[in-house]
Design a protein around this ligand. Structure first.
Ligand code: OGA
Ligand code: MN
Length: 279
């Protein structure tokens, strides 16, 4: 019997995994193939899956323990799964700026498994960027400078993660608090051993010991550098797609391209279900 087939998706990042049914338990050989591909490509796309919440959790658990999302309630019976919803009249997606997940935590999550329940025929793509490559391709001078610095990652108000989105408002978790952490710009992948760049345009706007203006200048430059086209891939979703990203060496963004909604009308509904893997 043949195992999962890995098909690289872009030169910088991402691979499709074909010939596997994630609703079934993975044998050791299948798991090894997938895990190796995960470390090599950082983001894996599994088309045409059909997962119950239990099966979604079981697959995500192969990568580690799961954790609850701090600001958003889980779905009924599964606190570790949240739904990410954009209603037809909404413009902004959850995750609409370049970011790595929850970098406002001392230990941001290791990754996430996102399952597409409802997506439009076109639009609502997600882009991913390779932060190992982004680090590697900085100049020696910039690397040296960044090694000395730390940046402040700030969650902002807890409501920012739910109340701004009509489709997610109902899921707001009461009692959660703003979280702020300082991180170095370079981090080492605990499994792969490689260095990668840690920035997060969504949560990080200040560098320790610098003015706002200086911080903005450097952080804007790093965002442009890290998200240049050749470091990224862009995924076009179909219902049933499952995607896992390695949050320890990537960033991602949900493209905000619902033009009908932007013009004030009714656009598309988009609904994903997500599990978060603990570091
Ligand atoms: C996320 C996220 C992007 C998307 O789940 O962390 O940013 O495309 N989602 O839904
Ligand atoms: Mn995200």
């Amino acid at each position: 019997m043949s195992g999962p087939q890995i098909r690289p998706y872009a030169t910088a990042i991402g691979a499709e995994v074909l010939g596997v049914d994630l609703a079934q338990p993975l044998d050791n050989a299948g798991w090894a193939t997938i895990h190796d591909a995960y470390l090599e490509h950082h983001v894996l796309f599994f088309p045409e899956q059909e997962l119950t919440p239990d099966e979604h959790v079981a697959f995500a658990r192969r990568f580690g323990e799961l954790e609850d999302y701090p600001f958003v309630h889980g779905i009924e019976g599964h606190p570790e799964l949240i739904e990410i919803v954009k209603e037809p009249d909404e413009v902004i997606n959850f995750g609409h700026r370049w970011h790595a997940d929850m970098t406002f935590r001392e230990q941001p999550p290791a990754g996430a498994v996102l399952y597409a329940l409802e997506v439009p025929p076109v639009g609502g793509d997600t882009l991913f960027a390779n932060m190992t490559l982004a680090w590697e391709m900085l100049s020696d001078g910039m690397k040296k400078t960044l090694r000395e610095l730390r940046a402040i990652h700030d969650s902002g108000k807890p409501t920012r993660h739910s109340q701004n989105f009509k489709g997610m408002k109902m899921q707001h978790k009461e009692g959660s608090e703003q979280q702020i952490t300082a991180h170095p710009f370079v981090r080492i992948h605990p499994e792969a051993g490689q260095e990668s760049l840690l920035i997060c345009p969504s949560y990080c706007h200040r560098i320790e010991g610098m003015t706002d203006e200086e911080s903005t200048m450097i952080l804007d430059h790093l965002e442009r550098h890290a998200t240049q086209d050749i470091f990224t891939c862009r995924y076009r979703w179909s219902p049933g797609d499952v995607v896992i990203w390695d949050n320890r060496c990537t960033m991602h963004i949900a493209l905000e391209d619902d033009l009908a909604a932007i013009k004030g009308g009714q656009g598309f509904r988009r609904r994903m279900r997500r599990a978060t893997i603990r570091s």
